[in-house]
Design a protein around this ligand. Structure first.
Ligand SMILES: *[C@@H]1O[C@H](CO)[C@@H](O)[C@H](O)[C@H]1NC(C)=O
Ligand SMILES: *[C@@H]1O[C@H](CO)[C@@H](O)[C@H](O)[C@H]1NC(C)=O
Ligand SMILES: *[C@@H]1O[C@H](CO)[C@@H](O)[C@H](O)[C@H]1NC(C)=O
Ligand SMILES: *[C@@H]1O[C@H](CO)[C@@H](O)[C@H](O)[C@H]1NC(C)=O
Ligand SMILES: *[C@@H]1O[C@H](CO)[C@@H](O)[C@H](O)[C@H]1NC(C)=O
Length: 512
């Protein structure tokens, strides 16, 4: 009797512990931070000067962390480069770096600050997390000594990594991630030898972490979702917006929906570099987002999220491959979107069904505009090919977009405003990949939360008329296994384009 009562009691308490230690929802915060930049210099500053600059940024981050915690946030994400900015080469970033240990050492820097040498930035971040009882995600630089026994060891005797760190609500270092896919100009950092897949478990779900340009590649981003089954991604970024398909809020929210995870994206706020756009995105809809090219201030966003979001199953080719293409008799034409040559069809009527194909990809669109304006042109486009400028990655894209001007030659060019309202749209494509990210962007870079869905057979469709004029409706597909198809002729093209780009950048720089 007594034994069985005891057993029952134990069972009940285990149940209670389980209930207490798992929560169905949590409050997420992301902070878009207007980073204070160091002066550009070719001579490294002293460690004291570097720390002084980092402390200025940490003062601003502290205000945001405190504010978020006071509003009940469980976790806050701050941006890539948010503590020291950019304008560095390998030597000039060195005074900003700290040796960041592997989290398995079980360390609370706030309590034991000198355990791994002089690490004032980690100490301050740890105390911020601990004093506010909040998970804190930040981006700093790691330095790791190496020597001749390692043939890849750089001549200066250490590796330097672009690094995300996470401190839990007790101030303990629980995650360290070295960015794998460095963007073109990040010469100050090394690429880790292998992609690191970093997760951390909380009572509000399993988290994965990666940084900025990583989002375009398979490892570690897709692996975290597919093989490690994370519920939420934390994503520090310093993202420069590129239209028509790669503005921050547009692409990051699309990745959340395409992969079926929560996504916490914290961007730098620096409008003169087109850096703005942060958000908290659930798989079924963006919860809150911020895009601001007008002011110079940072911005804190908060939202409640499901800890264990539902992951819908979509077959991205099912519908499109089951129907016959629509024929309109309209003339196809070519146009360039972010250096990729699309095949386009003009939407000449107020409503219609259109199909356009390029290589193996056919895109189907059904749409209805409120009115067909004479001063604006929309086109349906398809692209199936290797993108080779500012990164090499194979894309399959179906897109409905507003052309820059009423001239068809402008289709694919970046445009931020529109006046044409749509009553409905439905877009699908014969993708070779199951990694497709659905984007809907309205005039003036606004998202359309709750206004569209993806069906299980792969149609991106409006559930109500969009709340603003449309800039673009896009299915952005990534064919990761074809990234290596670069050949001699496209190599040459890449080089030529690269040089052209450099020339353009230098012209822009000397103008400003
Ligand atoms: C940058 O240089 C200016 C002018 O010399 C100086 O006033 C300012 O404090 C410097 N900023 C930093 C972050 O060192
Ligand atoms: C340098 O090499 C020695 C052996 O040659 C090794 O024991 C030591 O751990 C290495 N140091 C670092 C920082 O890798
Ligand atoms: C998706 O649907 C197509 C056409 O119905 C089918 O051939 C294909 O096997 C499906 N793909 C997956 C991954 O289920
Ligand atoms: C487009 O196709 C749908 C379904 O096939 C059809 O119901 C609709 O009438 C078509 N619309 C136009 C304008 O042709
Ligand atoms: C190589 O490039 C040419 C010209 O762009 C193209 O026709 C061909 O299909 C490419 N080959 C591969 C394997 O990508």
């Amino acid at each position: 009797m007594i034994t069985s009562q005891l057993l029952a009691y134990v069972a009940v308490s285990v149940l209670c512990v389980f209930r207490v230690s798992s929560r169905d929802t949590f409050i997420a915060a992301v902070y878009e931070h207007a980073v204070i930049l160091p002066n550009a210099t070719l001579i490294p500053v002293s460690h004291e000067a570097a720390l002084a600059l980092m402390n200025q940024n940490l003062d601003l981050l502290e205000t945001a962390v405190t504010l978020a915690a006071n509003q009940g946030a469980d976790i806050i994400v701050t941006p890539e480069d948010g503590i020291y900015g950019w304008n560095f080469n390998r030597e000039t970033i060195y005074p900003y770096l700290e040796d960041i240990p592997d989290p398995e050492v079980n360390w609370i820097p706030c309590i034991n600050p000198r355990r791994f040498g002089y690490t004032p930035v980690q100490e301050r971040l740890s105390c911020l997390a601990k004093d506010n009882s909040i998970y804190l995600v930040a981006n700093i630089g790691d330095k790791k000594p190496c020597n001749a026994s390692d043939s890849q060891c750089p001549p200066d005797g250490h590796y330097q990594y672009n690094t995300d760190v996470v401190f839990d609500s007790q101030g303990k270092l629980v995650a360290r991630y070295h960015k794998h896919n460095l963007f073109m100009s990040e010469n100050q950092f090394n690429v880790p030898k292998k992609p690191e897949v970093v997760t951390f478990d909380t009572v509000f779900g399993r988290f994965g972490i990666f940084t900025c340009f990583d989002i375009l590649f398979y490892d570690p981003a897709v692996t975290l979702v597919k093989d490690f089954h994370v519920d939420t991604i934390v994503f520090p970024t310093a993202w420069m917006n590129v239209l028509p398909h790669l503005s921050a809020i547009q692409f990051h929210s699309a990745w959340a929906m395409g992969m079926g995870v929560n996504f916490l994206a914290s961007n730098i706020h620096h409008p003169s570099n087109r850096m703005t756009g942060s958000g908290i995105y659930a798989p079924d809809s963006p919860q809150v987002f911020h895009y601001d090219m007008k002011t110079k201030q940072g911005n804190l966003l908060l939202s409640e999220l499901d800890s264990y979001p539902h992951r819908p199953v979509v077959n991205w080719t099912s519908y499109a491959s089951s129907i016959k293409g629509f024929s309109t008799g309209n003339q196809e034409f070519k146009g360039t979107a972010f250096f990729d040559e699309f095949t386009f069809l003009e939407l000449t009527r107020v409503t219609g069904n259109y199909t356009v194909c390029q290589k193996k990809l056919c895109c189907h669109l059904s749409y209805k505009m409120s009115e067909k304006r004479t001063d604006e042109v929309y086109a349906l486009g398809a692209f199936d090919g290797l993108h080779i400028v500012e990164g090499t990655y194979y894309l399959q894209i179906c897109t409905l977009l507003k052309c820059k001007t009423a001239d068809l030659n402008s289709c694919g060019g970046a445009v931020e405003t529109a006046s044409t309202w749509f009553e409905m749209f439905s877009l699908s494509g014969t993708f070779e990949t199951q990694y497709v990210f659905p984007e809907v962007l309205l005039s003036e870079n606004q998202l359309a939360p709750g206004q569209f869905q993806v069906s299980s057979d792969g149609r991106l469709f409006s559930v109500k008329p969009p709340s603003g004029p449309l800039l673009t409706v896009t299915l952005f597909g990534r064919v990761y296994e074809k990234d290596q198809t670069l050949n001699a002729s496209s190599d040459l093209r890449a080089q030529t384009l690269g040089i052209m780009l450099l020339v353009i950048i230098s012209i822009v720089c000397s103008l400003s």
